[in-house]
Design a protein around this ligand. Structure first.
Ligand SMILES: [Zn+2]
Length: 420
């Protein structure tokens, strides 16, 4: 295919996906409603709820501006041949292809950081601040940034260098080898994320003995699930939003509870949240999720192998010759519709799993405690009670609160033999 036609296809994909995303945001904004359903009425006070709607409007309007700006920049880069220009410029100074690719992406990352920094600052220190979520300071914000760059340098750069090396030295079958290595990396990160990466950003302290710990252990024994490594995470350092997660596979799992979660929930509610997480393990969601992401890696790299040697992709982006890093950029846009579709299926699968984990928590512990915990979490994060169904379909990895509550309740009623 001719370079010019490839450029048109790339621009069309970028434009269509931009417009589509904005439309979804827009209909979701229009779907906001001021009435509070009876189900959660006692948890929301009216004022807080109106505030939550304002939060959503502010966030969405702000994202219209920031994503519009980034869209214009990327259109400019594509249509003016900016990527190719940068490649030509760097080639005058750097001969080694791997180093060239690293510097090329480094410059692009730096430029995009500088351009988006004002937006990031505004969203954290103005919008999140206005609604009381933000707990971070400028010092934490910028040290986080530096640590993030450090990680990109230590982990991202070697992976990229390896990819370029394999593409050049092995030829079209490089994708098999890189997919194997990348899958190993995914597994490794899954097992050691909490021990290696998290401590760089936050402090993890073992949960102290007390009512909470003994309730958790009692539940763990009942469902025969090892829950020994329980840690408290100082999430309050950055945000008042609460969360809990498991990390690791096999018997060495760690459970991480945000301090903000412990603060606001009773022991029963916390055990219900953990029971939901245990449900993900018992129903094999975790292992299946891992397998799916490995399959995705293989598929993506296979499609990459079909495109990465095509000189016309580099020419389409304004390059003067074939260059692997230009082709990687072209690939990332051309592949977007495919990854959009696989992402859609992953979200559907994830929402189904959430219902299953809720059901597990209800069967093994308590549906009502889980319902209370979900309501509190939703109130605290000012989550949208009436997201537009299309928005949910494309973006939500978890079903909306009211749907989850309805599912928990209906299951509870049938469990008690009451058909109403
Ligand atoms: Zn879940």
């Amino acid at each position: 295919m001719e370079a010019q036609i490839i450029l048109y296809i790339i621009v069309a994909i970028a434009a269509v996906s931009y417009v589509f995303d904005q439309l979804l945001d827009y209909i979701n904004l229009k779907a906001l409603r001021t009435d509070i359903p009876d189900e959660v009425a006692s948890f929301y006070d009216r004022q807080r709820y109106v505030r939550s709607l304002e939060y959503h409007r502010d966030l969405t309007r702000f994202s219209f501006i920031s994503s519009g700006f980034m869209f214009l920049i990327s259109m400019f880069m594509l249509l003016s041949g900016g990527f190719g220009w940068l490649d030509d410029l760097l080639r005058q100074y750097i001969q080694n292809d791997i180093l060239l690719a690293l510097v090329f992406f480094g410059v692009l990352m730096l430029a995009s950081e500088i351009l988006t920094l004002p937006f990031q600052l505004y969203s954290t220190f103005v919008i999140e601040e206005k609604y009381g979520f933000n707990k971070t300071t400028y010092a934490t914000f910028f040290t986080d940034k530096l640590k993030g760059y450090g990680l990109a340098f230590v982990i991202g750069a070697p992976l990229l260098a390896l990819l370029i090396y394999l593409i050049q030295s092995i030829g079209p079958t490089f994708w098999v080898w890189f997919a194997i290595l990348a899958s190993g990396f995914i597994l490794f990160m899954n097992m050691f994320y909490t021990s290696l990466i998290l401590p760089l950003f936050n402090k993890l302290t073992p949960l102290q003995d007390g009512e909470l710990k003994s309730s958790i252990q009692e539940f763990a024994k009942k469902v025969d699930f090892p829950l020994n490594n329980i840690f408290v995470f100082d999430g309050s350092k950055r945000s008042s939003k609460a969360n809990a997660f498991f990390s690791g596979i096999g018997r060495k799992k760690k459970i991480v509870l945000y301090d903000t979660l412990i603060e606001k929930h009773s022991a029963d509610e916390l055990v219900a949240v953990l029971a939901h997480e245990v449900g993900h393990f018992k129903k094999k969601h975790i292992i299946r999720g891992l397998i799916l992401s490995v399959l995705q890696v293989f598929f993506t790299l296979f499609v990459l192998s079909l495109m990465v040697y095509n000189t016309n992709l580099s020419l389409a982006l304004g390059g003067g010759q074939q260059s692997i890093h230009l082709n990687l950029i072209a690939f990332s846009i051309l592949f977007a519709p495919i990854s959009g579709i696989t992402g859609l299926f992953m979200s559907m699968y994830s929402r189904k799993n959430e219902y299953e984990a809720d059901r597990y928590a209800r069967e093994t512990f308590s549906g009502s405690a889980l319902a209370v915990a979900l309501k509190k979490l939703s109130v605290d994060s000012l989550s949208n009670l009436y997201p537009h169904p299309l928005y949910v379909f494309f973006h939500y990895s978890h079903p909306p609160l009211l749907k989850r509550l309805a599912a928990i309740n209906s299951a509870q009623l049938t469990a008690h033999g009451n058909p109403h």
